[in-house]
Design a protein. Structure first.
Length: 228
């Protein structure tokens, strides 16, 4: 069994704070636990396991009093729960930067989609690219559930689409307290509980069901601030 993966974004601050840095960690959750790949969970009278979780974090920025003060150099980062090398992203900030909110997208923007496949985190070999017509998969969740009527009770949610009316790119804003370490919980259990896996178990292209799931993604990212 593979332990939870944490995507750690380290934002270093050299002045104006009582500590040297602030750490932002993306922590997938199932119920009240850190999500473990291939572990069975009992949710809504269903036994569920997650075997794959990937999503793009794009265009991360920081604000102070709603004014943009910083943009992350790396525009697209692929979070992959099974790959340790994807869990950490470090960025230094100018010494005078203060911020009280961050913003980012889950997914890949339309301009990048129409530019075609690119190397690095956007490389098609990462399993997050369909075709030049359909573009990138923004959010991928795979596993099994006893309620699924599919072979081996498998479910596959490949959430993508960048052209109206099937645009699944979602923006998220989270308020932060300065001088704190912040965990951004990704409530996978909450997301799964919003849908009936006996009918919503195979989404492999941009469609109405993909939009419905994408609409719920901003609700599952929640900032949790630790005490100093």
């Amino acid at each position: 069994m593979r332990l939870i993966s944490l995507l750690v974004i380290v934002l270093s601050i050299s002045s104006g704070y009582t500590q040297d840095s602030i750490y932002i960690r993306f922590v997938p959750k199932m119920l009240d636990e850190n999500l473990l790949l291939d572990k069975a969970y009992f949710l809504n009278n269903d036994t569920i396991t997650v075997s794959n979780l990937k999503f793009y974090i794009s265009n991360l920025v920081a604000y102070n009093a709603d004014s943009l003060v910083f943009e992350l150099d790396k525009k697209h980062h692929l979070f992959d729960l099974s790959q340790v090398k994807t869990h950490h992203l470090t960025e230094k900030l100018p010494s005078n930067v203060r911020f009280d909110k961050i913003g980012f997208y889950i997914g890949v923007d339309s301009l990048t989609n129409v530019s075609g496949a690119i190397a690095g985190d956007l490389d098609p070999t990462n399993g997050m690219y369909w075709t030049w017509q359909s573009g990138y998969i923004n959010f991928k969740l795979e596993g099994s559930a006893t309620s699924c009527p599919s072979r081996l009770h498998r479910f596959q949610w490949h959430i993508g689409g960048y052209q109206s009316p099937v645009n699944t790119l979602k923006q998220i804003h989270l308020k932060l307290e300065q001088k704190k370490d912040v965990d951004i919980q990704v409530q996978i259990g909450d997301l799964l509980s919003k849908f009936d896996l006996s009918t919503t178990f195979q989404i492999m292209s941009p469609n109405r069901q993909a939009v419905e799931i994408a609409d719920k993604l901003p609700e599952i990212f929640k900032a949790s601030v630790d005490a100093e």
